[in-house]
Write a protein that binds this ligand. Structure first.
Ligand code: DAH
Length: 340
């Protein structure tokens, strides 16, 4: 054991210089100033010295004890200060920093298109109703006057869940639900999802959206249908568009037609949008078949009606110049963000 206090002081100073933690500092205190510490030992051993020497060493040891104590306090204060600095730096808040901007989402372009269509018909007094996506064969086909061998009933076109339930292939079953649950006059549109076993490509998707329309009242004629749908086309695509009705077949309407509108992009002279024809097919429609009205026990002598159905994706694609239907379902914000 070293019994020169000055040397102990130098040693303690060096160890404190290297000390990193509170525990390191405490270890230095115990080593020199503790009950069994080195300096304490010197002070204890002084009894055997002659008085002159005891006095000198005692004074020196006391001075060194105070000096080591002072070094320890100093080191502790230094550590506390640097610990505070570190915490202040880590927890620093810049109150002048601008707030974080939250990016608001927006309605999906399909929802926007449905809302736009709905608003136009609502302004003509139609109410909006919805039907289930999982339907019965009765509502989707039978009650809609579809022949037992109608090709759309085929397994290769329709997602069947059981023999009697399926994913609706069209929104037309909502016509049946409306007729079964309400008395005429009826004036409803019904937007929603439909499903067919189509392989996805630029213009097909196994899930897509339609908006169905149904009006049943006394004295309704094809002229009402044409006026209503012509008005719709003008509100949706521009006051200049013209419409024409081409005979077609649907099981649930008679007569049936498809409505074409003059191309809103070229005005009818022929362009890419209308594939050169000047006309764009926009929806299916017709006078409600008496067999459908009879499902709801509606007096077909008193009441007539018209119905229509349109593809929402197709309308959105035309309006926005979108060339691939699959873009609607990829949920890429770079695409969706363009319809803010
Ligand atoms: N449901 C038809 C389809 O999916 C569209 C349709 C055509 C609906 C004529 C109608 C209608 O209500 O009258 O192709």
């Amino acid at each position: 054991m070293e019994n020169n206090p000055e040397i102990l002081l130098a040693e303690a100073g060096r160890l404190l210089g290297e000390a990193e933690s509170e525990a390191d500092i405490e270890a230095v205190r115990i080593r020199y100033l503790g009950k069994k510490g080195e300096l304490t030992a010197i002070l204890r051993s002084m009894g055997s010295l002659d008085p002159e020497e005891r006095k000198r060493l005692g004074a020196e040891a006391n001075r060194v004890r105070d000096a080591i104590g002072a070094l320890i306090s100093e080191k502790k204060a230094e550590r506390a200060a640097s610990e505070n600095d570190r915490r202040f730096a880590a927890e620093r808040i810049d109150v002048t920093e601008p707030g974080r901007a939250y990016r608001l989402g927006q309605r999906h372009p399909i929802t926007q298109t449905i809302d736009e269509i709905s608003e136009i018909f609502a302004s003509m007094g139609y109410s909006i109703t919805e039907g289930p996506e999982v339907e019965t064969v009765f509502h989707n086909f039978d009650a809609l006057n579809a022949a037992p061998n109608h090709p759309s009933r085929d397994l290769s076109d329709t997602f069947y869940i059981t023999e009697n339930t399926l994913l609706r292939t069209q929104t037309s079953p909502v016509q049946v639900r409306t007729i079964l649950s309400k008395e005429p006059p009826l004036k409803v549109i019904s937007p929603g999802r439909c499903f067919r076993t189509d392989t996805p490509d630029a213009t097909h998707s196994p899930m897509f959206h339609q908006v169905e329309g149904l009006l049943v009242d006394e004295g309704v004629t094809m002229a009402d249908l044409k006026g209503t749908l012509d008005h719709f086309a003008k509100r949706m695509f521009g006051a200049d568009v013209k419409t024409k009705f081409r005979p077609h077949f649907f099981p649930f309407t008679e007569p049936s037609a498809e409505m074409d509108m003059s191309c809103f992009a070229c005005g009818g002279s022929g362009c890419r949008v209308c594939k050169g024809s000047g006309w764009i097919e926009i929806l299916g429609c017709g006078m409600v078949h008496p067999n459908v009205l009879k499902v709801g026990a509606i007096d077909t002598e008193r009441y007539t009606g018209f119905a229509f159905g349109m593809g929402v994706e197709r309308i959105a694609m035309l309006k926005h110049g979108i060339e691939d239907i699959r873009l609607f379902y990829e949920n890429d914000v770079r695409f969706l963000g363009q319809f803010a």
